[in-house]
Design a protein around this ligand. Sequence first.
Ligand SMILES: [Zn+2]
Length: 173
Amino acid sequence: MIFLVDKTEIIMKKLLTILIGLTATGLLLIGQTNEKSSKGFVMDKVVKSDKEWETCLTPQEFQILREKGTERAFTGEYYNHKEDGTYICAGCENELFSSNTKYDSGSGWPAFFDALDETKVKIKRDLSYGMVRTEIICAKCDSHLGHVFEDGPKPTGLRYCVNSLALDFVPIK
Ligand SMILES: [Zn+2]
């Protein structure tokens, strides 16, 4: 009888060890799943101080991206640029616009009728210079890109008017 009790106790202990092991593995798996799913929605932000931005941007880029400047019309590198590829943020390389949505607005700045993906850019009301405009900001590094107007072509009717200096271009290989 004593022998039996001992054996039962050993079996119970073994079961308990297995149970604890399984629970731990389960919790670990749940943790990993959560991490994976949250990565799909949260963009890794790029946060830098003005000092850091000054070291990685040209003074002209800094003035546009970080001080919300506007380059002079018809002076930028990309307003008349017609290659196939992707326009990325000059501050953080976030992919912003496709050449498929680029069109000639005649304004002297690169114009797109849509962003590559709605998560790539943020828009914000801008009341500076006595005008009511909608500012376009890079969703990843919060840099100023340009303004969006509602006089664009179909299908969106939007004109994302972007400074060339806020962009870099990656051609399709
Ligand atoms: Zn950016």
